[in-house]
Design a binder for this molecule. Structure first.
Ligand code: FES
Length: 121
């Protein structure tokens, strides 16, 4: 396993049941906290590529896409319910001694298939 951690945000800045969007070494990453536990996932829905943060909802171990409402498990990225969309990519995270959240993203640059798109209006 490569050690490719990047300092992103202070842990105290992610309130419980909330999520925030970041770009980490070019990757769109959301960091969410649910019942005290932190999670880092790709900030792109596997349905139609909408950004999940900052407008998605964190609730009972899942994140809900703000565009069409698909729900994904925070602990493994799996899509919940009958829609069966692909799982969200997850990233390892850790909190350093000073309380900063560090996220590990791949060494390669994200491709177009990893980037969120703006919804059509
Ligand atoms: S883009 Fe997320 S549910 Fe459709």
């Amino acid at each position: 396993m490569t050690d490719n951690y990047h300092r992103v945000v202070k842990g105290d800045d992610i309130a419980d049941r909330s999520l925030q969007a970041f770009v980490v070494d070019g990757w769109p990453v959301l960091i969410a906290r649910d019942e005290g536990k932190l999670h880092a996932l790709i900030n792109r829905c596997t349905h139609q590529a909408a950004a999940l943060a900052p407008d998605g909802r964190v609730r009972r171990g899942s994140i809900m896409c703000p565009l069409h409402g698909a729900r994904f498990k925070l602990d493994n990225g799996e899509c919940m319910g009958a829609t069966g969309y692909k799982s969200l990519m997850r990233f390892d995270l850790r909190v350093d001694a000073d309380g900063w959240i560090e996220v590990s993203v791949p060494d390669y640059a994200p491709g177009a298939e990893h980037l969120p798109v703006a919804p059509l209006v």
